[in-house]
Design a protein around this ligand. Structure first.
Ligand code: ATP
Ligand code: MG
Length: 200
């Protein structure tokens, strides 16, 4: 095949691809809030969530975050995003991954969930991120059906991000976007410590 033929074939292929993509873009006409789940055992779920919060704020939109974890480790993203007007609610005292004291864990999780529910009714919020929520459902501290219902009934233009491993089916069933991060390799497995500024 001559160079000229190769060039023409390439152009024809690219043209066909462009037509397919243009058609699909033209077909995506719905404007609504997106519910995204970031799950899987690999590193990058919360990072991707906070990246989206930053994207939202960068366009002058309003976001809020609830962190469903023990609030002891510092959080680099929080330090920056709070100065940009993002409300952070951190599941506070009483939560004990170690002792697995079901009563105090449930109380702490429920308190954070009540806050999350208010955010999921707040029309002024463009994005609500529920970081590490999945574990609360796994342990039965918060009812998955109640969470699914609150997310389904949120203001129609509001985006929601849920992060955490092993996301409950009740949430994945109603999610619009689900990305699963796979741990092809993780530094921790070769004995490297979690580092401030990189891991948290
Ligand atoms: P990140 O906050 O870095 O985006 P993540 O949200 O995907 O991570 P989490 O399960 O929330 O992951 O864990 C948070 C912490 O655990 C981070 O310090 C991260 O580096 C570490 N981590 C994540 N995945 C793994 C893994 N597969 N093995 C060991 N440590 C991990
Ligand atoms: Mg995380």
């Amino acid at each position: 095949m001559s160079e000229q033929d190769k060039k023409q074939r390439h152009q024809a292929r690219q043209q066909k691809l462009k037509e397919t993509v243009d058609k699909r873009v033209a077909e995506a006409t719905k404007e609504q809030g997106i519910f995204m789940v970031l799950t899987g055992n690999g590193k990058g779920k919360s990072t991707a969530g906070y990246g989206t919060v930053l994207r939202c704020v960068g366009h002058g939109q309003k976001a809020a975050v609830v962190q469903f974890i023990k609030g002891q480790w510092p959080c680099g993203e929080r330090n920056v995003l709070e100065t940009l007007g993002v409300d952070f609610h951190v599941m506070g005292t009483g939560f004990t991954w170690n002792t697995q004291d079901k009563e105090s864990d449930t109380a702490a999780a429920q308190k954070a969930w009540q806050q999350a529910k208010l955010l999921l009714q707040d029309k002024s919020l463009d994005l609500v991120m529920l970081d590490e929520l999945t574990y609360m459902l796994t342990y039965g501290y918060i009812d998955s059906k109640e969470v699914a219902q609150a997310i389904a009934n949120r203001p129609p233009m509001q985006h929601v991000i849920v992060t955490g491993r092993a996301c409950h089916r009740d949430l994945t069933d109603i999610a619009d976007t689900i990305s699963e991060v796979r741990p092809t390799k993780h530094a921790f497995d070769s004995g490297i410590k979690a580092r401030i500024g990189f891991d948290y």
